[in-house]
Design a binder for this molecule. Structure first.
Ligand SMILES: Cc1cc2nc3c(=O)[nH]c(=O)nc-3n(C[C@H](O)[C@H](O)[C@H](O)COP(=O)(O)OP(=O)(O)OC[C@H]3O[C@@H](n4cnc5c(N)ncnc54)[C@H](O)[C@@H]3O)c2cc1C
Length: 271
């Protein structure tokens, strides 16, 4: 594949932890097109771009003429016109993510001008409540939706169940806690699966997101049971978790939304 010219620049980088970052990318001399909260963009770099120091050798070696691009969900709302924000995990032996982690402010990269994806509220009835179930950086599209729709008028309730291995990987925690404190329209539950590796000791919830869904925690917070009739569920991240949640939700009467079929279960599998 011919290597496209870089058309975007890194304007901000936050290291959430050693394996996660928030990257803001601004277009160079073009305007960010319209996208729906929950959609994703493509990012690309040539294989000649350096890899970050804490990466491992990549699984497949590539020549410098190789151009690699991957999909990344947008975490910022469409009202942010100056940059697009991404929340990215480092796959140490991956092809693109170690190169993205080596970028610093001022570095250039390629960003798609078009956006794709059906993980949006476009086909969700205005009065339906929304539960997000996300692992790791699967939170990214949920952030764009929450940031875009949280302040809108209406009585819809949102709940977010966010799971990670370690507490440092619970990105956007302060922002989400603050939103949840301000309004009972957002229920925010976070949990980690490896509390034994935490110093100081983790005092919060532990386990897996599927267990939180099954525990009735959302009904406890809302005062009523989420059902396919009153609530759409958005599941995003690790494919094993997506499969486990799909099995649980289908048992409860949820139907997966597809391009052709309506449904109350929306999935974004990251790989
Ligand atoms: C619609 C969509 C949206 C996505 N949005 C995001 C996003 O917002 N943030 C993000 O970090 N990634 C996201 N991804 C994943 C991303 O596209 C890449 O697959 C990921 O960055 C790995 O690319 P790589 O070239 O480094 O690894 P590759 O060389 O392509 O290796 C791929 C392998 O890495 C592993 N892998 C991929 N993603 C992850 C991950 N997140 N955590 C652990 N292991 C992983 C899997 O084993 C996969 O088979 C998204 C994927 C899709 C399809």
């Amino acid at each position: 594949m011919a290597i496209p010219e870089p058309n975007a620049i890194v304007v901000h980088k936050t290291e959430v932890c050693r394996s996660q970052m928030i990257l803001r990318v601004a277009p160079l001399d073009w305007e960010i097109g319209r996208f729906n909260p929950g959609q994703y963009a493509m990012i690309g770099l040539p294989a000649s771009a350096p890899r970050c120091a804490n990466s491992e050798p990549e699984r497949t070696a590539h020549s410098d003429e190789f151009f690699v691009q991957r999909s990344y969900s947008i975490a910022s709302p469409p009202t942010e016109r100056n940059f697009i924000e991404f929340y990215i995990t480092l796959v140490r032996d991956g092809t693109l993510s170690p190169r993205l982690f080596a970028l610093t402010v001022g570095d250039k990269l390629w960003l798609s001008k078009n956006f794709s994806g059906m993980f949006t509220l476009l086909r969700v009835p205005i009065d339906a409540n929304v539960v997000f179930v996300a692992t790791g950086t699967g939170l990214s599209p949920c952030m764009s939706i929450i940031r875009s729709h949280f302040d809108s008028a209406g009585s819809r309730r949102f709940a977010l169940i966010h799971g990670a291995r370690h507490s440092c990987e619970l990105g956007y925690r302060a922002e989400l806690e603050s939103l949840a404190q301000k309004s009972d329209r957002l229920t925010y539950i976070n949990l980690i699966s490896r509390p034994q590796e935490e110093t100081p000791a983790w005092k919060g919830r532990t386990g897996y997101v599927q267990e939180v869904w099954k525990s009735g925690a959302i009904a406890g917070a809302w005062g009523f049971e989420p059902t396919p009739e009153n609530t759409h569920v958005f599941v995003s991240g690790n494919p094993a978790m997506c499969d486990a949640m799909t099995a649980i939700l289908k048992e409860q009467g949820y139907r997966e939304q597809t391009f052709r079929e309506p449904g109350e279960l929306h999935l974004e599998r990251f790989w």
